[in-house]
Design a protein around this ligand. Structure first.
Ligand SMILES: [Zn+2]
Length: 122
């Protein structure tokens, strides 16, 4: 199964980096994983969040966030528009389901379960 990580929201924030104190480098990212196989794909509900400082090239983990960062985080979290988490069937799944339905219909018709005369077909 293939897993794709979609970055669904990115925000450059002006807070002080807890590591290097720069106000230029902090970037929030919200990532959503999507699992995919040959038949369908489905995005996961759970979002991954990361705060990275491009100035000191450090991942800032939530334990290091101060209240200002926390506030900006909450704000950005509200802006995130996650991907639909429903199962999306791929074309080949739909074709297979279509073929199955046709087969079932054919079996019912040729097996005499359904009489086409019922529908006025001679
Ligand atoms: Zn930094």
């Amino acid at each position: 199964m293939k897993v794709t990580e979609h970055t669904i929201h990115t925000a450059h924030i002006k807070n002080n980096c807890p590591e290097c104190y720069s106000t230029e480098g902090l970037i929030f990212k919200f990532i959503q994983k999507e699992k995919e196989n040959a038949w369908y794909k489905k995005a996961e509900k759970q979002l991954l969040e990361s705060l990275y400082c491009t100035n000191c090239n450090t991942e800032i983990y939530p334990v290091r966030w101060d209240e200002h960062i926390e506030r900006v985080y909450q704000y950005n979290k509200k802006l995130v528009q996650p991907l639909d988490t429903k199962v999306h069937l791929k074309k080949r799944s739909k074709i297979l389901i279509g073929i199955c339905l046709l087969l079932i219909a054919a079996i019912l018709i040729f097996g005499g379960v359904i009489d086409l005369n019922m529908f006025g077909v001679k």
